[in-house]
Design a protein around this ligand. Structure first.
Ligand SMILES: CC[C@@H](C(=O)O)C(=O)SCCNC(=O)CCNC(=O)[C@H](O)C(C)(C)COP(=O)(O)OP(=O)(O)OC[C@H]1O[C@@H](n2cnc3c(N)ncnc32)[C@H](O)[C@@H]1OP(=O)(O)O
Length: 297
């Protein structure tokens, strides 16, 4: 019995390690401590997290005086909030949005300037890829609520969510070409997965603004929201509700399978599906649902 429990604990710990592992570590020349010290020097704005009792959290990119541009200290806060969410066992859903009804104008140009050496740029790129990959792998169904503009790094952040909802008049734009750079926060790779390589090539090489109708047509957004600016967050929550209804363990297991399927070869995915299946099969919620389903009429 004790051996079975130990095996189960180890299996769950391995599954957790795989989900939350860092993409880059010292073996890739990435020094996290040094990166954090450097990013802390570029301050301004905040990343605010509010965890709801309904299992849906709201993550706010908050730097309104700069259209929610992400400073170095906000990159650090984003990493801290993602860590917090990784440990939130009751969580089922996440909405990422920008303060004052605009999503995010990308990297804070003041921070970007301070980090403009190739060494610092690569350090920031690895730090943000680690964080956004962990955000994408969270066992929460995530939605980016795009109001106003999602530019550059802001466009990249919204690709790290499972779904995107755009409000009327909003715009996603990979402006990197205008800055003579390419996305480095993982946004190009994720864009290819979302819309295919041909569309991704068009969007990155033109730096064209992507409006809601076009985004819907190419599969970049999942819906267009029509409510007034100050009601959009509520509308996004309502949109997410059918996907997060029911026990947290079930929703989290579904998201883990999909997150795994996005990243692994199909054979690995089948094995991972089996492992994750093992974590929910026979749980109290499963047994309860089973007995409910089997009640004689
Ligand atoms: C490393 C990440 C990198 C990447 O990988 O791509 C980037 O993301 S680089 C940043 C890319 N983003 C941009 O180049 C956007 C620049 N901003 C704009 O184009 C416009 O400001 C806007 C976002 C379209 C908004 O325009 P508008 O509504 O006309 O407002 P203002 O232009 O007056 O902006 C208000 C205020 O905000 C400051 N601001 C806006 N964006 C940024 C930013 N990314 N970094 C720093 N500051 C920003 C803008 O300068 C104004 O400040 P004040 O003049 O002091 O009022």
């Amino acid at each position: 019995m004790a051996l079975t429990i130990l095996k189960c604990v180890l299996k769950n710990a391995t599954a957790r390690r795989c989900l939350y592992r860092r993409l880059y570590n010292s073996s890739h020349g990435f020094n996290e401590t040094e990166a954090k010290k450097k990013l802390a020097q570029c301050s301004g704005g905040s990343i605010n997290l509010c965890k709801g009792e309904n299992g849906i959290a709201e993550l706010c990119i908050n730097h309104p005086s700069r259209k929610n541009a992400i400073s170095g200290s906000m990159m650090l806060e984003l990493e801290e909030r993602v860590s917090d969410l990784e440990n939130w066992k009751e969580g089922k859903g996440l909405i990422v949005y920008g303060a004052e009804h605009t999503f995010c104008s990308g990297g804070d140009l003041h921070s970007v300037k301070a980090l403009s050496s190739p060494k610092d740029g690569l350090m920031m790129c690895m730090f943000m890829q680690n964080t956004l990959t962990r955000l994408q792998r969270l066992p929460l169904i995530s939605v980016a609520l795009v109001q106003g503009k999602a530019l550059g790094g802001g466009a990249e952040v919204c690709t790290a969510c499972d779904f995107r909802l755009m409000t009327e008049g909003s715009e996603i734009r990979f402006v990197h070409k205008h800055m003579a750079i390419v996305p480095g926060w993982g946004g190009a790779s994720r864009l290819i997965q979302l819309v295919g390589s041909r569309q991704a090539l068009k969007l990155l090489s033109s730096a064209l603004g992507i409006h809601p109708e076009y985004a819907l047509r190419i599969g970049l957004t999942d819906d267009i929201l029509s409510s007034a600016a100050d009601r959009a967050l509520e509308e996004a929550k309502t949109w997410l509700t059918p996907y997060t209804k029911g026990p947290a363990d079930t929703t989290r297991a579904i998201k883990k399978i999909v997150a795994s399927g996005r990243e692994h070869l199909f054979e690995d995915t089948l094995r991972k599906e089996k492992d994750i299946f093992g974590t929910v099969w026979g749980s109290p919620a499963h047994l309860q649902a089973l007995s409910k389903a089997m009640k004689p009429n």
